[in-house]
Design a protein around this ligand. Structure first.
Ligand code: PNS
Length: 165
């Protein structure tokens, strides 16, 4: 017997999305009925890509997946989770070094809304070392990102001005 659809919010900055993120979306889809990729609208973090660009890039990657949608949010994540009727926050865990920050966030979010569970998922081993920050750094220094980001993200990176001195 099935009750309410199980909706997960996979939240992050996604500046830009990479294959490790997309791997987590695939894992979420196996466990939840609907996955909402929630892009933080974070002007204070001075993202490389605007909120609109990040949403557009992810939408293009997930096009055709009826169980996935992409939204931006600002303010508290738990408020967004409640607003969309989700019951879980999903976060990707790569290395032990991620753990302390994620643990703090999960416990704070639980305090703010005890009805919301945080679920951690591990990406495929090939993506364990991958982060949006490293993607940008490798790109700007001419490194090979093949297999690490979708081709559309590579094209977006190519449209950015070169980094300053
Ligand atoms: O990809 P990131 O930058 O690690 O994602 C961090 C994110 C978006 C999950 C986190 O910064 C967040 O939830 N921000 C919204 C504000 C909020 O709810 N802060 C309290 C979290 S305990």
């Amino acid at each position: 017997m099935r009750g309410e659809p199980r909706i997960a919010v996979y939240a992050g900055s996604f500046d830009p999305i990479h294959n490790g993120h997309l791997d987590i979306v695939e894992r979420c889809r196996k466990v939840f009925d609907e996955v909402i990729v929630a892009v933080l609208s974070n002007q204070e973090k001075s993202p490389t890509f605007s909120t609109e660009e990040r949403v557009e890039i992810i939408r293009a990657e997930l096009v055709g997946l009826a169980d996935c949608r992409v939204e931006s949010f600002s303010g508290l994540l738990v408020d967004f989770v409640k607003e969309v009727g989700a019951s879980a926050i999903v976060r990707g865990l790569r290395a032990v070094s991620d753990f302390e920050y994620e643990f703090q966030m999960a416990l704070m979010n639980r305090r703010l809304n005890p009805a919301v569970e945080t679920v951690f998922m591990m990406p495929r081993e090939d993506y364990i070392y991958l982060s949006s920050r490293l993607v940008k750094e490798v790109y700007f220094f001419g490194g090979n990102l093949e297999g690490l980001v979708p081709p559309k993200v590579l094209r977006r990176l190519a449209s950015l001005p070169p980094p300053g001195p």
